[in-house]
Design a protein around this ligand. Sequence first.
Ligand code: GLV
Ligand code: MN
Ligand code: MN
Length: 412
Amino acid sequence: MQITPDLSRLLNELETLASFSDAPAPAVTRVVFSAQDLAARAYVQKLFSAAALELRTDAVGNTFARWAGTDPNVPAVATGSHTDAVPHAGRYDGTVGVLGGLEAIRALQRSGFRPRRSIELLTFTSEEPTRFGIGCLGSRLLSGTLSPESARQLKDSDGKSLEEALRQAGLDGSLENVRLANQFYHGFVELHIEQGPLLERKGIPIGIVTAIAAPATLRVRIEGSGGHAGAVLMPDRRDAFLAAAEIALAVESVAKATRSADSVATTGVCNVFPGAVNSIPSRAVLEIDVRDTDLARRDVMLSAIRAACEAIGVKRQVRVEVELINADAPAQASPLITEALSASCQALGIEFMSMVSRAYHDSLFLSRIAPTGMIFIPCRNGVSHRPDEYASPEDIKRGVQVLASALAQLAQ
Ligand code: GLV
Ligand code: MN
Ligand code: MN
């Protein structure tokens, strides 16, 4: 079977998708259920329909585009990723898995292949945690990792609830219906840029992901005492931001203290209230991302950060409240998928290596309900979540070929 991706068409589609952005090009900002996100969803759905895929959208906005197989009685094979983008991101994170997945299906259609199992292309809602504080919202609900009740508690920084945002996006179904049964899919494969430097450094075009590191997120609310920046004397201050700053430094120390390159911790959000140059910060909110390939070590870091928060609160006489937003177990890829991927690479004559994903992906949650695996392609200098994120056309093409070949194998 000859699988020939239409690369120029795919690159054009990636470029068009990147134009749905709240930041000027080359930056991409596409936060879930923003006007740009909704326009981007409409754009990709039009492409899915043009490929004669049957569309369904669930109550949280996950979209399923199905190429019906010849046997309706067996579980489908699925692929997909996300189209939302963190503020000031690039154009390839997630989108390569959605539009590349679409091109893999179109290439199979053109080749004359007819799948026995249906092949479904999924676009997950809010893989990025930007708006509601938790990543992989769609795949968490779909896999039963997040309950509908917990999802209903979620609010964005303007106090708008997820349910309200869904209603405004025209989604008014019941979140109870999002969960899919275990083994609903025969297998799930996600194509994604590596977001790290290893493939490029080794000069290897394909990574087959064997495991996904365990992520966790903390939200820390600090309450001190505000006042006039000129009039309150230094010994009398209880500055919430200074406590936040010490906590952020403690987060760095905690990650470095494990002495493992697999331990990472980041304070990516710091909101200061009231945010006036001549007012002492009375409140601060931090969001802290903590990850490790080793679950026990990740949890040791979480405990150490909690202890540091408490000690800094006492020392600076501010109230510190730590909320655990998520603490997920790592995922192991299924041999069903990794073997299909390595067989595909061998058949195509493409060199590959096995590797761990340090970033999280919707695959982390799909792995809870279906045999799951991922294909990584290199990205320049390992850069991601930045406007200069870049994957070469040749690497994208190889990724689509490997995906298409694996889908065909799994769908037979
Ligand atoms: C996904 O974007 C992640 O933060 O790993
Ligand atoms: Mn991302
Ligand atoms: Mn991604």
